[in-house]
Design a protein around this ligand. Structure first.
Ligand SMILES: [Zn+2]
Ligand SMILES: [Zn+2]
Length: 367
């Protein structure tokens, strides 16, 4: 079928094009995109900070309506509302164990543009195939996705669905890092570094988990939202000795849990210096180039610290995304407060506003 897509053919650019989308194959669904979030990983793809090949359709926080299903699709049918999320192979040891975030092929399936069978589904007007990010490529009017990364959700309609794009990646990453990776005991202390979508979702999750001291370390934005979502303390990350302030807040002990979501190397060191003994420090946004000087004995071994990584919130999305929808319905995960809405053809302005810090979570609306 004919679709309209924002195709990246050269670094940092989008071109609005008509393209041809193949029918869904076995185990796949055709989804009409209702809305798509924009996440920092889209920027990493479009700016080629990651080893991607163009042409590529970015976008990995799509939500929409199932229009057609391929052979053997049992859990989805036409008309279902779905939140699209990260892809996984379904057959490696991690996938079989219900831990698709640790799929053997996650990096390849996220960024190299192909579906798990090694093929593509979109062809440009010039006859050349176009890759898609995260097995979706949601900067397009329609996508084909595997049923594994199309999560059926129970919502009132498309308007409400459009509010929840970020559950597919950013919120799943932040909330999952807390609820699935740290699993703080009620009454724990936590520090979250960086108040974008991931950090703010972690603040909401820390409150849900019953943390009693929730410290938000913010930059130029996020202070007010963090306080509103449950932070008991807010600190400007550029203002003085942040680790010393966190120790002061926690009676000299440091925090039991911490999450680094700024991607700034120095912040990782600050986080390690802020930890209580036997704490857990989680990394979600370091890159291949992030290098940090760490003193292993005083910072990790002696305090018996756990330093952990977490991809996509260590989530099994078929289970976790419906749980997040439930928390949203109860008013405990007010992710819609992060959104600024744009029309699909305003995609460049949406990226500019995101880079300028004018919006936390830009959402492109289709149709
Ligand atoms: Zn796998
Ligand atoms: Zn993302």
């Amino acid at each position: 079928m004919k679709i309209k897509a924002a195709v990246t053919r050269e670094k940092g650019k989008f071109s609005m094009e008509a393209a041809e989308l193949a029918e869904p194959e076995a185990g796949e669904v055709l989804v009409r995109i209702v809305a798509s979030g924009i996440c920092h990983t889209d920027t990493a793809v479009v700016e080629q900070y990651l080893p991607v090949t163009f042409p590529m359709i970015a976008g990995h926080e799509g939500v929409g309506v199932v229009e057609r299903t391929g052979l053997g699709v049992s859990e989805l049918k036409a008309g279902d509302l779905v939140i699209l999320t990260f892809p996984s192979c379904g057959v490696c040891d991690s996938c079989k164990a219900g831990r698709p975030y640790a799929c053997d092929r996650n990096f390849e399936l996220f960024f190299f543009g192909n579906y798990a069978d090694g093929t593509k589904r979109v062809t440009g007007a010039d006859g050349v195939e176009i890759g898609v990010m995260f097995g979706q490529g949601s900067f397009a009017t329609h996508v084909v996705a595997d049923q594994r990364n199309a999560i059926k959700v129970d919502l009132d309609g498309e308007e409400e669905l459009a509010k929840l794009c970020s559950l597919g990646c950013g919120v799943q990453t932040g909330a999952g890092a807390v609820l699935n990776r740290m699993k703080p005991r009620p009454g724990s202390s936590i520090a979250v570094f960086g108040m974008g979508t991931v950090g703010l979702a972690a603040i909401m999750a820390a409150k849900i988990a019953g943390c009693s001291t929730i410290i938000a370390v913010h930059g130029r934005r996020g202070k007010e939202l963090a306080a509103e979502f449950g932070a008991t303390h807010t600190l400007n990350g550029r203002d003085g000795d942040v680790a010393a302030k966190i120790r002061a807040i926690t009676g000299g002990k440091g925090v039991n849990c911490a999450l680094e979501c700024t991607g700034v190397p120095d912040t990782v060191g600050t986080m390690l210096d802020s930890m209580a003994k036997e704490g857990i420090a989680v990394l979600v946004s370091v890159t291949a180039d992030t290098e940090v000087p760490i003193k292993l004995e005083p910072q990790i071994m002696n305090p018996s610290l756990t330093v952990a990584g977490a991809v996509e919130g260590c989530s099994n999305p078929k289970v976790f995304i419906p749980e997040l929808v439930g928390l949203y319905k109860e008013g405990r995960l007010p992710v819609e407060r992060l959104n600024t809405y744009y029309r699909f053809d305003e995609i460049e302005r949406a990226f500019e506003d995101s880079h300028a810090g004018k919006t936390v979570k830009p959402i492109l609306k289709f149709g």
